[in-house]
Ligand binder design. Structure first.
Ligand code: U5P
Length: 297
């Protein structure tokens, strides 16, 4: 008897067109980009689909000043939950390379790279310079080494799977504090003098800058544009209300993300548990004493 081909050995649940898996939340945007929620994808199918591509995901994370204290938990939890089974190149941008916990055990195909950056005087400065530093890193080496890139905050912990279901050309995550409010209440930049300006009656979602990513060339375009806009604002003597996040939101309004991550992918521990639409917290901001960890709070 001939053996069953590998392709047919994977038993998956049949998708039923008349039986939507989530009826409590929006799972597709008006421009037909999927919004990833627990229940909307089958991890087995996704893993199988991506297995043969041998993808490399560059992952940037900034840990400047006292924020190096978040690195160990970030990395250890990422090794358990982030893009497991894929090649991951971490790029840790820090002013204190000796504080990077290089003893964290990494899985096969995963590597930690340390990039030295200057110490910044104000915490806002980091948010203002991140786009520029990521743009330069993509141009200098990441473009040759990776297919996709994710840019993550460091004061975060992975609690659940963040796998290839999160990959796409341009990927952004919906902020956990603003997904039920009218867009007029989003904390977009509202001053016309800033390049991040968005009028009251415009906007899709409010995205959080703690996690964004996509194909390397798409993220390059994003970081380059945001950097240029941040510099134009600086020349005009203006700083957008939420620094790079304001510019990111402007960019994503003009350049629609091809995949959106639900707030499961960027939860805030301050919101606690109990939001019934959140079936699984995958990645969340830890509660921190800002006055203690930030430079010149
Ligand atoms: N950050 C630092 N050092 C600082 C402030 C911020 O490395 O002193 C980086 C971290 O990656 C942090 C991100 O996760 O900027 C966003 O900062 P915050 O808004 O969470 O303070």
């Amino acid at each position: 008897m001939n053996p069953v081909p590998l392709f047919f050995r994977l038993q998956t649940k049949q998708a039923m067109l008349m039986e939507p898996v989530r009826t409590d939340v929006l799972t597709v945007t008006p421009w037909l980009a999927p919004i990833v929620w627990e229940g909307t994808f089958d991890p087995q199918v996704i893993d199988e689909a991506f297995r043969s591509y041998n993808l490399t995901i560059a992952t940037t994370v900034f840990a400047v000043g006292k924020y190096t204290c978040f690195l160990r938990d970030f990395l250890e939890s990422a090794e358990k939950h982030f893009m497991v089974g894929l090649n991951v190149q971490y790029y840790v941008f820090t002013d204190m390379p000796s504080h990077v916990p290089i003893s964290v055990t990494l899985g096969v195909g995963r590597r930690l790279n340390v990039v030295k950056v200057p110490k910044f005087d104000r915490w806002q400065e980091i948010s203002l310079r991140r786009m520029e530093l990521i743009q330069t890193a993509i141009e200098e080496y990441i473009h040759q080494r990776a297919n996709y890139i994710f840019c993550l905050d460091v004061d975060m912990i992975f609690h659940g799977r963040v796998g290839p279901e999160a990959l796409g050309k341009l990927v952004a995550a919906i902020h956990p504090w603003f997904y039920w409010v009218p867009r007029s209440q989003y904390p977009y930049e509202r001053r016309t003098i800033s390049k991040a300006y968005i009028p009251q009656d415009h906007g899709d979602f409010y995205y959080q800058a703690n996690i964004f990513g996509g194909a390397v060339e798409d993220v390059h375009r994003l970081t380059k544009t945001c950097r240029e806009h941040l510099e134009m604002d600086k020349s005009a003597g203006v700083e957008a209300v939420w620094q790079e996040e304001s510019h990111l939101n402007w960019y994503l309004l003009k350049n629609k993300p091809t995949k959106l991550l639900s707030p499961e992918y960027v939860w805030d521990d301050l919101r606690g548990q109990g939001a019934k639409e959140i079936k699984l917290v995958r990645f969340s901001s830890v509660i921190k004493n800002k006055a203690e960890v930030r430079e010149n709070p």
